[in-house]
Design a protein around this ligand. Structure first.
Ligand code: ADP
Length: 452
């Protein structure tokens, strides 16, 4: 029986046990108050010493359950031990309630229907076969005690004149009504629970289907963007050849047109790269890639070099400062995504003849990497929105037509998958700084596999 706790409930067992204990305190207070009221008002002749002893026992038991629950929350009890704890509570509850009911009129006592709540709680925790074992035992005890009372083997504690186990015409319908209520409630609750579980399973299947579709969509984006990238990169190469004068010097007008075409092609390439990175991050592929110790300065230089032509077009100076010995545990792809997107944005959203700075330094247990520009800045109320997918600020839309609003969400995810943090500070018309904090690693012998 120990393993028959429903796994769906097992996850928040602590919450359920805590809830049980609170309910039991409420029940204990209710019993104590009711007994005292009955006794004071002399409503019925009842064996009060026994009833008070039972109430005291309930208090002691719940106290020990409370204490045991504390140790359970601290330590990691096995599934078996937790199940045993549940059974102990349920058996104690059934037994105490039964005796309380027996000494207060048994079937005459309308509180005997409180067993329905116990059946509900049992069904909440355990699977249907366990519930039926408990309910079967309960029904057997009720029938047995009824027969024993009826046969005069045990006394009947009556709640009033005219109602007694000796009176079969009144007691038998009460017994039948109680046991059928218990059996029916067990059946209803377990079948409702089964239906909910079936629905939950169906939702999970649907969710898996949607996840699969999402993966297919990401793969499709990845394929299409890869296909688009090739011809675009070739076009950019041809523009470069014309601009360099290979095949004859172009006229000033042709030069101007080709420069514009080249600029748009480059923007398109950036967008495609963002979409490729987006699909890559969405596929969760980055989590499967092995991380290694990477020299940060080298990586910063590599990425700045790639963006130099972009910066040159706006006469933006790219400046970097990073101690040679700094290294981070990452993948080249993730660092390229982070640095590439942030520096590209810094260039894109800055006026000509400004400076973009990339700094890295060790600060305690972290590597602090920052990308600063002297650009247009971001409105304070838009600062927390820029990390949302597809969000572009009003200013950005006015200043720069091309953009997907995917760069920063990708950067955020990349930083998070390196267990780092990303923050941003910005002042309108003064500039923006993105801060990245990555866990610093102790230098090891392990090297970047691409750079051996
Ligand atoms: P986009 O493709 O539009 O650049 P991003 O996700 O990279 O998309 O950036 C989201 C928005 O954040 C941008 O549209 C822009 O409004 C703002 N932004 C990002 N970086 C900067 C920056 N360095 N300076 C000013 N605004 C920025």
């Amino acid at each position: 029986m120990a393993s028959k706790i429903d796994s769906s409930e097992y996850a928040d067992l602590n919450r359920v046990i805590g809830w049980f204990i609170v309910l039991r305190w409420v029940a204990w207070a209710g019993v104590a108050v009711t007994l005292s009221a009955v006794r004071l008002r002399m409503l019925f002749e009842l064996p009060f010493p026994v009833l008070y002893a039972l109430t005291g026992l309930l208090c002691l038991l719940n106290l020990s359950f409370t204490l045991y629950f504390r140790t359970l929350k601290k330590g990691n009890l096995s599934r078996r031990e937790t199940a045993a704890f549940f059974h102990a509570q349920i058996v104690a509850d059934y037994t105490l309630l039964f005796f309380l009911v027996y000494f207060t009129g048994f079937l005459d006592n309308p509180f005997s229907y409180f067993f329905v709540f116990h059946v509900m709680l049992t069904a909440f925790i355990f699977s249907s076969d366990v519930v039926f074992v408990y309910v079967g035992a309960l029904v057997a005890v009720f029938v047995g005690v009824f027969l024993a009372e009826y046969g005069g083997l045990i006394p009947h504690y009556s709640l009033g004149a005219g109602v007694s186990a000796g009176n079969l015409r009144q007691s038998l319908p009460r017994l039948l009504s109680l046991v059928s209520t218990l059996a029916l409630s067990a059946y209803l609750i377990t079948s409702i629970k089964r239906r909910i579980a079936e629905k939950g399973e169906r939702v999970e299947v649907e969710l898996d289907r949607y996840k699969n579709l999402d993966k297919i969509k990401s793969n499709f984006i990845l394929q299409v963007t890869h296909e688009l990238r090739g011809p675009l990169a070739a076009m950019s190469g041809y523009h470069e050849m014309i601009l360099r004068g290979i095949g004859g010097a172009p006229s000033p007008k042709t030069l101007e047109i080709i420069q514009k075409a080249d600029h748009r092609t480059d923007n398109l390439l950036t967008i495609i790269d963002e979409m490729i990175d987006y699909a890559y991050m969405k596929s969760g592929e980055e989590l499967r890639q092995a991380k290694s110790e990477l020299a940060l300065r080298e990586l910063i230089d590599e990425n700045l070099e790639l963006l130099e032509p972009h910066a040159a077009r706006k006469q933006i100076a790219l400046v970097s400062n990073c101690p040679r010995e700094l290294s981070v545990r990452a993948t080249r792809d993730l660092l390229k995504i982070i640095l590439g997107n942030l520096v590209n944005n810094a260039i894109k959203y800055s006026p000509a003849r400004t400076t973009v700075t990339v700094n890295a330094q060790r600060e305690g247990g972290e590597i602090h990497l920052l990308v600063r520009d002297e650009g247009f800045g971001i409105e304070p109320e838009e600062l927390d929105k820029i990390f949302e997918e597809f969000y572009r600020t009003r200013r950005a839309r006015e200043l720069e037509r091309d953009g997907t609003g995917l760069g920063l969400p990708i950067v955020k995810r990349a930083v998070e998958s390196l267990t780092g943090r990303l923050t941003v500070y910005s002042e309108l018309d003064k500039g923006t700084t993105f801060h990245i904090f990555l866990p610093a690693t102790e230098a090891t012998d392990e090297q970047d596999p691409d750079h051996r």
